[in-house]
Design a binder for this molecule. Structure first.
Ligand SMILES: Nc1ncnc2c1ncn2[C@@H]1O[C@H](COP(=O)(O)OP(=O)(O)OP(=O)(O)O)[C@@H](O)[C@H]1O
Ligand SMILES: [Mg+2]
Length: 243
């Protein structure tokens, strides 16, 4: 559902993404794991058509991100840290406002809210103003907004960053439940346990390059290490030695 081929992006002289290729299949939850500055957000932003690659290609659900960005955007639900809410509107008003921008009918919006709110634990604060929300509450409302149009391709950039244990669990559980045969999820994180719990396949990104990709058991087999953190450290240090 997502095909990334030889993707490159530089900011000035700095190469943030350096020939990255991977694909995400229908039904998969795919994790991008990498240290700070590895190029995860830059990659997700290029897939989201927010940022233009210098070279390489991206297709999303059969549409080319460079030639058909509007089509690609229609396939996507993107949850990034920068999702802004209107403080003076309630959770529900925020959701309705953004849903109307997607062109959803009032009926469809109500239907989706009924589906999403209980799964995200939003019911209790649906009629409270977003200005008084904690980070976790804001994140959950942002997720509802990003997925209100029921897109087939879900993108989460560090979905649990800054969330407490229970809220992070809830968000992880939510992402897990997003797994459908005709959908896919791609998300970035540096939390090993998150990747272990959620992902069907993992791409380890380091310095804008793919250090490894596969299921957890494939990565274990290849490295001879059991623990994902050990696999990760070995790959990252190995890459550093090779450079
Ligand atoms: N708009 C920009 N202008 C200049 N440099 C940028 C820009 N966006 C990203 N970078 C640089 O590109 C590199 C990759 O950044 P990116 O945000 O993709 O990393 P990341 O893997 O998401 O890291 P983190 O885990 O910290 O979120 C970083 O060194 C960053 O400083
Ligand atoms: Mg990032």
């Amino acid at each position: 559902m997502i095909e990334v081929k030889d993707l490159r992006k530089s900011f000035g002289k700095f190469v943030a993404v350096d020939g990255l290729s991977f694909s995400v299949k229908p039904g998969e939850i795919f994790g991008l794991l990498g240290p700070n500055g590895a190029g995860k957000t830059t990659t997700l932003r290029m897939i989201s058509t927010i940022l233009k690659p210098d070279a390489g290609s991206i297709t999303v659900n059969g549409y080319d991100a460079l030639r058909e960005p509007e089509r690609v955007r229609a396939q996507l639900g993107v949850v990034a840290e920068s999702n802004g809410l209107y403080d003076r509107l309630t959770a529900l008003e925020n959701i309705r406002f953004f849903a109307r921008l997607y062109g959803l009918s009032e009926e469809k919006i109500s239907e989706r809210v009924r589906e999403l709110a209980p799964r995200l634990g939003l019911d209790a604060f649906m009629h409270k103003r977003a200005g008084q929300f904690s980070r976790g509450m804001k994140q959950k409302v942002s997720i509802a907004i990003a997925l209100i149009h029921d897109p087939p391709v879900l993108i989460f950039d560090e979905p649990t960053v800054g969330l407490d244990v229970m809220t992070a669990r809830q968000v992880r559980q939510f992402i897990k439940e997003c797994r459908r045969p005709d959908k896919c999820v791609i998300f970035s994180t540096h939390i090993m346990s998150e990747v272990e719990r959620l992902c069907d396949r993992i791409a380890i990104i380091h310095k804008g390059r793919l250090a490894a990709v596969g299921t957890l058991s494939e990565l274990r087999q290849r490295s001879g290490q059991e623990d994902l953190e050990e696999i990760f450290v070995e790959l990252v240090e190995g890459e550093d030695r090779a450079l």
